[in-house]
Design a protein around this ligand. Structure first.
Ligand SMILES: Nc1ncnc2c1ncn2[C@@H]1O[C@H](C[S@+](CC[C@H]([NH3+])C(=O)[O-])CC(=O)[O-])[C@@H](O)[C@H]1O
Ligand SMILES: O=C(O)C(=O)Cc1ccccc1
Length: 252
């Protein structure tokens, strides 16, 4: 295996992307460099990530119905799809993972090629807006909607609602902001302490923050609640929160 091939497959690599001073910090993108360190990056950067993934498995076991589709929109390396695959008991379900980063989808395919689960998994490299959502019992947006321009979010949620079967579930996880300035600052400070405790330096935290400006656009929990209600979900609220990271559940 060449050095390049080796680094392409070094999935245990640690995230040092923002460790050295960068003259210009480019906007964050899900490129090959991010793919190579993604499992480490997301675990050290999203408080509660592992719990949320486990619970997506539990929720899909409860809500997946036989013959239905389960969507993982913005699947990255397939952590949520893998959790669903290992927990779904209903017959003839199909998992559809979608991501618009070719580097993510290629590595994600390697993950599923090495997995022995029985539920069929189809991976699609495309913008999630181009995917037809139909006959869905479970739809997962695990830290994906935050990367989509805010003006496109209503339309996406509407298509998800329309594609869900009655009794189907949407799991929406997002970084959030708070209306109350003091509380917002407290959550940011606690979050930065969490990152420091996970080995990120102040420089890494600052440069990543710059890279995410205008790329990751968080909203308030109320905005998410309002959008979910507006598209038709009658029941929705937060089931998990740690600092400024939350996961919501909405049932059709
Ligand atoms: N328009 C789009 N269409 C499709 N994919 C997109 C789009 N925009 C962004 N993405 C993809 O959404 C993913 C967001 S990461 C999700 C983690 C995963 N859910 C996990 O449970 O591990 C979250 C994070 O890194 O904070 C990336 O892989 C993008 O390429
Ligand atoms: O690292 C951050 O500052 C975050 O907000 C979370 C995150 C995790 C992985 C990719 C992009 C953002």
């Amino acid at each position: 295996m060449s050095e390049q091939e080796h680094s392409k497959h070094a999935s245990g690599a640690s995230d040092t992307i923002y460790a050295n001073p960068l003259g210009h910090v480019a906007g964050f993108s899900f490129d090959q460099n991010v793919v190579n360190v993604f499992p480490d990056m997301i675990k050290r950067s999203v408080p509660g990530y592992t719990t949320i993934i486990t619970m997506i498995g539990t929720l899909s076991e409860q809500y997946a119905t036989s013959g239905s589709h389960c969507y993982d929109l913005g699947c990255s390396l397939g952590a949520a799809s893998l959790a669903m695959r290992h927990r779904i008991q209903a017959a003839n379900c199909r998992i559809i993972g979608v991501d618009n980063s070719q580097a993510m989808i290629d590595r994600c395919q390697d993950v599923f090629d090495a997995d022995c689960g029985e539920v069929p998994v189809e991976l699609i490299c495309d913008d999630l807006e181009n995917i037809e959502i139909q006959n869905a019992s479970v739809v997962v947006l695990n830290f994906t909607l935050q990367f989509i321009p805010p003006e496109r979010r209503d339309g996406i949620l509407q298509r998800i609602y329309d594609g869900l079967n009655p009794g189907g579930v949407l799991i929406l996880s997002e970084k959030v902001v708070f209306q109350d300035q003091q509380h917002d600052q407290l959550m940011i400070d606690l979050y930065h302490n969490f990152k420091r405790a996970n080995g990120y330096s102040d420089l890494e935290i600052a440069q990543k923050r710059t890279a995410l400006e205008n790329v990751l656009i968080p909203e308030t929990l109320d905005s998410h609640r309002q959008r979910m209600k507006k598209v038709g979900f009658h029941s929705c609220d937060v089931w998990f929160q740690c600092f400024n990271f939350a996961s919501m559940i909405a049932i059709k």
